[in-house]
Design a protein around this ligand. Sequence first.
Ligand code: ADP
Ligand code: ZN
Length: 290
Amino acid sequence: MIFGALEAGGTKMVCALGKEDGTILEQISIPTKTPEETIPFIIDYFKDKEIVSLGVGSFGPVDVNKDSDMYGHILDTPKTAWKYYDLLGNLEKELNVPIGLDTDVNGSCLGEITFGSSKGLDNVVYITIGTGVGVGAAVNGQLLHGMLHPEAGHILLRQHPQDSFAGNCPYHGTCLEGLAAGPAIEKRWGKKAVELKDVDKVWEIEAYYIAQALVNYILTLAPRRIILGGGVMHQKQLFPLIRKEVKELMNGYINTKEIKDLDQYIVPASLNDDQGIMGCIQLAKLALQG
Ligand code: ADP
Ligand code: ZN
């Protein structure tokens, strides 16, 4: 059986074919333009591939509530061409296979708990820090939804005493995304994040924000592990800085075995940046099971 996987991101769309065990057979990537330009290309790609089902991990906000009239539609997004676009409906109409849909970050979380180093863990938080900040979560083995899906990249934080950056989230200024996503780093320091590798202050401040967010997620969701992915987290020096800051902020309040071993608790994504697309393969498998 061949499963289709679509990681529908705000900047690029990744289409892939995969096997039951998560193996990616082939994959292509195209830039995300308007739906009219982008969707026909995706349909063409999958149409003659004999996929049994498709899994879609979409940028948000997207309606993931199966009982909703707007299920499968992109919601109120600054990407105006996609506002209220019926992503699921348009794919279903042309492909005639079961389609599983979730957010891109829930997809990545699913990839990690199905195929990655967090395989089998039932409560996991996955955070991506890239162009934006996205958070996915599995709770009791299920990807977390409610009235919407988590939007925990926009949680409000205490600002670092040495950071006067106004933040660049158009809604909240200094939320996590406004302070710590790749574009925020670039705007604060006037250089791309990757060019700031050797400037210690950059990563001290970055870790300060990420750690605050992690403490909030730990206290709220009691995850068994926290996984950090996305372009910014390629700066591996962040991991020890984040762990140290989490320990300080937690201040001994929680003493589980997980919290006592932060090296195993706060970890990088484990699937070579394929966690998202592999999660979509799993979404396709689950869609087939109904
Ligand atoms: P997206 O979030 O669009 O899916 P990425 O996760 O690659 O894509 O995130 C892109 C952002 O991450 C950009 O702001 C870029 O500056 C930053 N970034 C990408 N690679 C690195 C790196 N090696 N080190 C630091 N920042 C990076
Ligand atoms: Zn925000």
